[in-house]
Design a protein around this ligand. Structure first.
Ligand SMILES: Cc1ncc(COP(=O)(O)O)c(C=O)c1O
Length: 371
């Protein structure tokens, strides 16, 4: 299968490790190995100290699958498959889809969510939000479903807009899928990063038996370097089929990442709370920046996740502005061209401690440009 470049990942590869101020990362700051190990209980510490660096079980470490299943209300360890998130997406699409299938996917979206389906030869229609509020309307979703629609791809909390549906809206989405007998692929990589905890929503896999949900270590937990995530579904056949497909890729997981993920999951509330505190404070800092520059930038306040999606009012494409900013001021933003979503927006990442330093540098750049 031939596939287009993953634009966002190519853009990050170009700048992420050579730029001083990262203002667009979607992950939360990476925790140090020693801080994570400090959280280990006796059982996890024993697993870590006695770890053999051989092959691991292809479905994932049983204790880890149990700890993952405990995060859901209707998932057994058998319904869990541990693998890298990108791999999960790639395998799942290949297992579920065939050429000419009709798929509905949110847009803007992390490119792999629609790109793999397009490369398989599917017809993808996009569910787009109201640009003034980033609200995704269930009415619009209904209008996109066709008799031949097979798969609905959603991502809540949403990267990049920070949108999250209400419980009522989420149930409505499940009901729409159920009426049309659709499978839902629910990318929940930012699960529980909900700024007002009373607005938390359930995993789609707990609501709908034809859903497959993805979550992982990178965003909610701030452990992107573990490269680990998981699919859960009450549809055991899908889990088994993805597991077979995965034999052509990684086969099984990195044993160290599995034990470290177990420690993280058993401390999930602590890790998520600390990331949420940082995100809330960064929203305040970035809102103050917006208020200082109302002619430059505007955005609806995000409700969830670790990103916001802002409109630039600058009379030039976002990519051109971002290139100038990165070259001249060492500030990395992510232009909406990387989401195949026009050229007027940028993504801002809210999960990093040093956001304020980057904002200060951007203030200076604006002041210099005016002189
Ligand atoms: C919506 C979404 N899904 C999946 C991923 C992939 O996660 P990971 O970096 O852990 O592979 C990302 C990463 O940015 C994402 O934003």
């Amino acid at each position: 299968m031939k596939i287009r470049d993953f634009k966002l990942e190519r853009y990050f590869a170009k700048y992420e490790f050579h730029t001083r101020h990262l203002l667009s990362s979607s992950d939360c700051d990476g925790l140090s190995l020693s801080s994570l190990l400090d959280m280990a209980g006796d059982e996890e510490r024993r697993l870590w100290n006695d770890l053999k660096l051989g092959y691991t079980e292809s479905q994932g470490l049983p204790t880890l699958r149990q700890a993952i299943a405990d995060q859901y209300t209707s998932i057994d360890p058998d319904h869990v498959l541990v693998l890298s998130p990108g791999e999960a997406n790639f395998c799942l699409m290949n297992v579920l889809l065939e050429k000419n299938d009709h798929v509905v996917c949110m847009s803007p979206a992390y490119q792999s969510l629609y790109q793999v389906a397009e490369s398989i030869g599917c017809k993808v229609d996009f569910w787009r939000p109201d640009p003034a509020t980033w609200q995704f309307s269930t009415e619009t979703l209904r209008s996109l479903i066709q008799p031949e629609t097979k798969l609905l791809i959603i991502n809540f909390p949403h990267n990049p807009t920070g949108f999250i549906p209400t419980v009522k809206e989420l149930n409505e989405i499940a009901e729409i899928a159920s009426t049309h007998r659709l499978t839902i692929f629910s990318d929940e990589m930012y699960h529980h990063l909900v700024h007002d905890p009373s607005m938390r929503i359930a995993s789609m896999s707990d609501l709908y038996d034809r859903a497959v949900s993805l979550w992982g270590m990178a965003k909610s937990f701030g452990l992107a370097g573990l490269r680990l995530g998981w699919l859960v579904s009450r549809n055991k056949k899908v889990i088994d089929d993805v597991m077979s497909y995965k034999d052509y890729l990684t086969i099984c997981n990195n044993s160290m990442s599995e034990v470290l993920s177990l420690i993280a999951i058993r401390n999930s509330e602590k890790l998520i709370d600390s990331n949420l505190q940082k995100i809330r404070s960064n929203i305040g800092a970035f809102t103050a920046f917006k208020d200082r520059h109302p002619d430059l930038i505007s955005f609806p306040k995000p409700k969830a996740g670790s990103t916001l999606f802002a409109k630039l009012n600058i009379g030039e494409p976002a990519l051109a502005y971002c290139e100038r900013l990165v070259q001249q001021a060492g500030i990395m933003l992510l232009p909406s061209e990387m989401f195949d979503f026009g050229d007027q927006h940028v993504r801002i990442g809210l999960g990093r401690e040093k956001l304020q330093e980057g904002i200060n540098a951007w203030d200076d750049f604006i002041a210099r440009s005016r002189r």
